[in-house]
Design a protein around this ligand. Sequence first.
Ligand code: NDP
Length: 438
Amino acid sequence: LHRNQGEPEFHQAVREVLESLGRVVAKRPEYLDQALIERICEPERQIIFRVPWVDDKGQVQINRGFRVQFNSALGPYKGGIRFHPSVNIGIIKFLGFEQTFKNALTGMPIGGGKGGSDFDPRGRSDGEVMRFCQSFMTELHRHIGEYTDVPAGDIGVGGREIGFMFGQYKRLTNRYEAGVLTGKALFYGGSRARTEATGYGNTYFVQSMLETRNDSFEGKKVVVSGSGNVAIYSVEKVQSFGGTVIAVSDSSGYIVDKGGIDLGLLKQVKEVRRGRISEYVDLKGASHGTYFIKARDGSIWDVPCDVAMPSATQNELTGQDAKALIANKVMAVGEGANMPSTPEAVRLFQEAGVMFAPGKAANAGGVATSALEMQQNASRDSWTFEQTEARLAQIMRTIHDNCARTAEEYGAPGNYVLGANIAGFVTVAESMRALGVI
Ligand code: NDP
């Protein structure tokens, strides 16, 4: 703790994993040797740097950049870059720690890392975003590479930002190293289905959970928080599985559309206009069944639903929200975001018998498809959408079954939190033991 002061999210993420490990070390005491658990909790490397850039008014702005290279026992560090004013070292460490186990769960040869900056892209012009990304990459390029560390997108970093960063990397290194970043656009080395992968993947995971109770999305009411990359493609897949998404949100509030969210309109507001979620109601017209509630006037989790898919940010779903969902008879929760449910919320769901899919398993489809993008780059190939999505679906099914089987093996059937933590930990731990004390 003394090394990680003032980092509550990192403590929260570590505590959750350590709480699952009692059952593992009881069976496998060798994991207590060689300070293995302490080493897993300590990042291999943390890089913090100044990011100076010039805004449209000609003023110099300074932000702080981060890259935490957490664990490379399984492969090159791999994990997204987040641009959001709330970013600090503790947030990036929690994300890098989670990423390490998530990546292990995918079964792909990738280690864990995460990066970002406290830069706020909202309200910034394309030119400002480009200059910021170029400055960010001017430092970051020294630390990454196809065989070293392969960043991707996260909150505030989508196709536009990845393009600017890739352009600057190429210019600084004079190398067309497609495999250095994932989430690229199709015409310069991106993978089909990467944009959709996290939202689709979470939907596949929840579908597998529902199947364990002989159920499906058909006819279910679903609430998805957020309205970014993960949220939009969760809406798309849930709808294709016969569910009805009735609410989505952003940091300003949430909208309800009782007849089902109009996906085309949502994409228009968020992907084309880069607007606020209330514009959905402005464009469609407010009515009894279509309305906007400001964030300070209520929580999206008060909207009654069968399935909840928190897909915005960490700790967005509190104990109070969980109580409201349980009172409204929610059956399943699939975390599209990283650690969106507070520990109290997770406990309440589990006590109430709600099927609960933790982010490190349920949202692993994004990074898994990033690894498929790396494969395509390495072989200079480009797969079809169908082929890539089929791989994604198969990977999500395998992760689900692995978590379910592990939970059962360790005496907690149905506990996907325990299953994911143990299955991820054992894979990383075995590899670290094989590599010696490093
Ligand atoms: P985006 O930037 O595309 O979207 C984020 C969404 O969440 C926006 O609607 C944003 O609203 C909302 N949001 C962000 N912060 C807050 C906040 N403090 N309170 C309320 N709403 C907030 O990001 P992604 O969709 O890519 O990421 C969402 C989550 O999924 C994150 O936890 C991320 O780590 C996780 N994830 C993403 C993956 C990916 O492939 N992209 C892979 C695995 C996990 P606003 O615009 O108002 O800020």
